[in-house]
Design a protein around this ligand. Sequence first.
Ligand code: FE2
Length: 257
Amino acid sequence: MELNILAIGDVVADTGLSMVRRKLRSLQRQVGADFTVVNGENAAVVGITPDQAEEILDAGADVITLGNHTFRQHSICDYLDDCPRILRPANLAPQTPGRGWGVFETAKGPVALIDLIGRCNMDFTPDNPFLLVEKILPKLDTKCILTEFHAEATSEKLAMAYYLDGRVSALWGTHTHVPTADERVFPKGTGYLTDLGMTGAVESVLGIQPQQSVEMFLGGLPGRFRPASGPCKAQGALFTLDSATGLCTAVERVDIR
Ligand code: FE2
C-alpha cells in the first residue's frame, strides 16, 4: 500500500499561518496526503505559542515539529508536555519539556516521526543527533519512520541521510528556509531532501522584511525581527512510501503560491 507523507517547511509569522489556514487542506487533497508534518518553530517569528500550534493542527497538520527556537515563547512549555502532536528536537537535554519522537496512527497504519537538530552553526549545543537516533530506532515498532533534521549545514544533513539510508523511510531538512533541488531516493530506499524551504512571504529574507535584513547586513544594530507580509508561498515535499517495506519510492517537491 502506498503511504503519502506531506512535509511542510517552516511556517513564518501570521503570513505563513494564514497560508496554512487557507491552503493546507486543499493541498492535502490534491496530493492525497495520508500524514502531514508542519514545522512550526517560526510561527511566532521565533518560537510558537499554544494558540498558534492549535491553529496549525486545526488547519490539517497531524504533527508539528520544532527546532532551535522551540523555547523562545515560554508559554509553549506546558503545551509540549500536554500535547503529543508537537515534537521538539529529540537530542535536547532530557530534562527539557516535551518529547522528540512519537508514533502516530494513520488510516494506513502507524508512522513514527523523529525530530532531530543539528550541531553545526547552531547557537547551542544539543546532544549528538547521530548517536541519539541510534538509541531511538530500536524503540520504534513500525517500518514507516520519518525523520526531520533541523540543521544549518547541508553536509550534516547529507551525512545523516547516508547514515540512516535504508533504516528510515524519509529524512528531510528544515531551518534554512531555502528549498534545495536535491530530492531523491537514496540507494537503500530512504527518501531525502536537504531542505523543504519555508511557508511565508514571497518577498522576504527567510520570512523577514527585506529592508530590515539589508540594514543588518549594512552594519545596523540587530533588533526584533519584523515579519514580511504580502503574497505567500508554502514549500515542502511529498514522500511516497511502500507501507509493506517502509521504503520510499518517490520524492516530489511542493511549492504553492
Ligand atoms: Fe530554525
